[in-house]
Write a protein that binds this ligand. Structure first.
Ligand code: SF4
Ligand code: F3S
Length: 132
């Protein structure tokens, strides 16, 4: 689940960089999942108007299916430089099913019409749309 309050939590979610024209928060920081276990990756939250928590995204793809303005694009296996915690996981294997490595990238977040379809559709609730 994405942390609903990430925008107002500068301590745990500072802006750590920019990628594909999107702000990245908490990139490279160790974080915990709902069970208090560290996430296997530290990829951060990508985007501001439409924000996707990449450490929770399992490449379900529903967000892309439902978005009426088609603003998401795949980022293929990010962070797999061979130097971090990530490792190459072959598609279709049980390991891939458990921990899919492609991520949804809200590259055209400025085109969002705030229908909230992606928020509802994501089975892991890793998308937050900030309508302000
Ligand atoms: Fe697309 Fe609607 Fe989600 Fe905005 S809220 S990213 S328009 S599905
Ligand atoms: Fe990822 Fe959820 Fe979309 S798991 S691909 S953000 S539907």
């Amino acid at each position: 689940h994405i942390d609903e309050n990430f925008m107002s939590d500068e301590k745990n979610y500072p802006v750590t960089g920019e990628e594909d024209g999107l702000k990245v928060r908490a990139g490279g920081m160790q974080r915990m999942d709902d069970n208090g276990k560290p996430y296997p990756t530290k990829l951060g939250i990508h985007g501001t108007t439409v924000a996707v928590d990449w450490d929770g995204c399992i490449a379900d793809g529903s967000c892309m299916d439902v978005c009426p303005v088609d603003l998401f694009e795949w980022k293929l296996n990010p962070g797999n430089s061979g130097t971090g915690n990530d490792k190459k996981v072959e598609k279709g294997t049980p390991e891939w099913e458990k921990y899919r490595t492609d991520k949804s990238n809200p590259v055209r977040e400025s085109e969002c019409i705030f229908c909230m379809a992606c928020v509802t559709a994501c089975p892991w609730s890793v998308i937050k749309v900030n309508n302000e």
